[in-house]
Design a protein around this ligand. Structure first.
Ligand code: OAD
Length: 241
């Protein structure tokens, strides 16, 4: 890969692997969430229409669980990179896009996180189309703080729904000279296709993951290991180099 100093605009995509060492289950590992629950039941609009109680209880458990977890060294290192990169490279930008619905990047110090699959700690009122920060349960059908209709659902993008903020993401990718994928299996589009978009405009591509992802062949370089070790080491290299 090119010397680190030659980069200006960095786009980082994270997935469940970056939060694994904080104690949040990934989706596709042995014993992961999609072995314990059927995607069709808990992560589709059809599943929600069929059995809303099941879906609301599932997300209530997940919302409660993430509030007991803490960011790990990978989250903290990415927060540091976002703050320090513009000082090291005048005009340089770091865009952090995550597929994760936890808030560990924010608690690790990242500011402008793009949650393309939504967030556990916000809810969406399907009656008045407003979003609200939410830490408690939804299964007891609380009223919307805005319109009082009990029509709140998790603000999480389900299969068959369009991920959030795609225009912003593609705008950032079109300016990127370094694309970095961290802790994602590369199984879910459109995120899995970002590496090819970035490469089409000439960006270098780096993968940091426990094992090779499904799209590993698209990256110029792959570094394997736990995120809490390899992400801080990469950030140190970038900032120190
Ligand atoms: P996956 O569970 O598919 O993949 C997690 C990746 O993280 C795997 O490649 C693991 O090898 C890697 N990994 C595990 N532990 C790690 C560690 N300690 N350090 C580094 N890497 C580690 O999760 P995602 O790729 O995030 O979408 O899944 C993408 C989307 O599929 C999710 O956002 C979710 C899911 O269905 C929706 O729900 C819409």
């Amino acid at each position: 890969m090119a010397a680190m100093q030659t980069y200006r605009n960095i786009v980082i995509l994270t997935g469940a692997g970056v939060s694994a060492e904080s104690g949040i289950d990934t989706f596709r590992s042995a014993g992961g969430l999609w072995e314990q629950h059927r995607v069709e039941d808990v992560a589709t609009p059809e599943g929600f229409a069929r059995d809303p109680d099941l879906v609301l209880r599932f997300y209530d458990m997940r919302r409660a669980a993430i509030q007991t977890k803490a960011p790990n060294a990978a989250h903290v290192a990415l927060g540091r990179l976002e703050r320090e990169w513009p000082k090291r490279v005048p005009g340089g930008t770091v865009t952090l896009v995550t597929q994760n619905v936890d808030d560990l990047h924010e608690r690790g110090g990242s500011l402008g996180v793009i949650h393309m699959h939504g967030e556990h700690l916000t809810v969406w009122c399907t009656a008045c189309d407003t979003r609200h920060r939410w830490t408690g349960p939804l299964a007891d059908r609380p009223p919307c703080p805005e319109c009082a209709v009990p029509a709140l659902r998790p603000d999480v993008v389900w299969f068959g729904e369009v991920p959030y903020r795609m225009e912003e993401i593609f705008a950032a990718l079109s300016e990127a000279d370094l694309f970095v994928s961290i802790g994602t299996s590369g199984a879910v589009y459109p995120a899995a296709g970002f590496v090819r978009t970035a490469r089409e405009i000439g960006a270098q591509a780096l993968e940091l993951n426990l094992e090779r992802s499904q799209g590993s062949q698209w990256f110029h370089e792959t570094r394997l290991g736990p995120a809490s070790e390899i992400v801080p080491a990469w950030v140190e290299e970038l900032l120190g180099g």
